[in-house]
Design a protein around this ligand. Sequence first.
Ligand SMILES: Cc1cc2nc3c(=O)[nH]c(=O)nc-3n(C[C@H](O)[C@H](O)[C@H](O)COP(=O)(O)O)c2cc1C
Length: 161
Amino acid sequence: MNVAIAFHSKTGSTEKAALVIKEQLEKNGHSVTFLRLAPEKELKAYQYKKNGKELKLKDSISDVKKFDLIVVGTPIWSFCPTPIVLSYLRGLKNTSGKKFALFATCTALPGTSIQRMGSILTTKGARILTSLTIKSIFPLDEKKLSEARRFADSLEKIGKA
Ligand SMILES: Cc1cc2nc3c(=O)[nH]c(=O)nc-3n(C[C@H](O)[C@H](O)[C@H](O)COP(=O)(O)O)c2cc1C
């Protein structure tokens, strides 16, 4: 599969999980485009408008036409996906019929973040195949990262569906 992994990470945990997913997919023979999402202007978390509307991102690939599967990862901020990820999802093009897998990292309380990401995407005609929420109050250790590895392995089967 030709896979895109797009994620936002402020303090590194979501990036760590994204890297494990990337390495595992590559190990399984897939081609991966790794997309770090970032705002044009970095602010403190509380300074962003929570819904991410009107938030401009640094250049990223917003047209997903060439990908078989798009994996999107977010930290949880106040029970929500970050405004950066919400802005990215809203700006995606050619999502109709595309397969997505979603993941989040948080300390304990993700709220309905995955559903929220999913509803933006399904409104745009995309299919959500699976999701993962990694919860940890500590930096992600090998045990937590193995959840990301299993998630990547599961994408192999699901992606063929
Ligand atoms: C502003 C802010 C708000 C947060 N809100 C939540 C929350 O509502 N629920 C939760 O479980 N974790 C929350 N967290 C913790 C982060 O989701 C968690 O540390 C995440 O793994 C950070 O990802 P990153 O290192 O990729 O930025 C919050 C962190 C920050 C900085």
